[in-house]
Design a protein around this ligand. Structure first.
Ligand code: AMP
Ligand code: ZN
Length: 137
């Protein structure tokens, strides 16, 4: 897509700090890292988000994910790592070319402060939710 920032990074018209590339994916450092080693993995085929992603693109993208995670682990010895993908502005997406964040964790004071509030559902409610989703598969 001609007006897509990450397509321009893939074609080299906007500079990036490349970490990895194959026929299907491109990985580079996030320009505003949350923590040392914060990396973005993107498909070369433009798709806006996970909702639009063809299965083949997903297969090729995730095939590269362990390689990226293990390289970050070997380079910086984080004590953990989050992979995060924001879909839609309401979910925090700001660049509308799918990207998977790799965010290493070092200690509670550095990097991502993940607030993950939970709700309490009965087993009946969980079944109802599961059935609603299953109806669309
Ligand atoms: P999201 O909020 O999930 O859409 O993430 C977009 C990410 O892209 C942010 O973490 C930005 O720091 C990052 N970003 C934006 N522009 C660039 C760029 N030119 N090079 C590398 N990373 C970028
Ligand atoms: Zn794009």
């Amino acid at each position: 897509m001609s007006d897509c920032l990450f397509c321009k990074i893939i074609d080299g018209s906007i500079p990036s700090t490349k970490i990895y590339e194959d026929d299907h994916v491109y990985a580079f450092t996030d320009i505003s890292p949350v923590a040392k080693g914060h990396t973005l993995l993107i498909p070369k085929q433009h798709c806006q988000d996970l909702f639009e992603m063809p299965e083949e693109v997903a297969r090729n993208l995730y095939a590269a994910a362990p390689k990226i995670a293990n390289a970050i682990k070997a380079a910086f010895q984080p004590i953990g790592l989050n992979t995060i993908n924001n879909n839609g502005a309401a979910a925090g997406q700001t660049v509308f070319h799918y990207h998977l964040h790799f965010i290493p964790r070092y200690d509670e004071k550095e990097g991502l402060g993940l607030i993950w509030p939970t709700q309490t559902y009965s087993s009946e409610q969980l079944v109802e939710v599961a059935e609603s989703i299953k109806a669309h598969l």
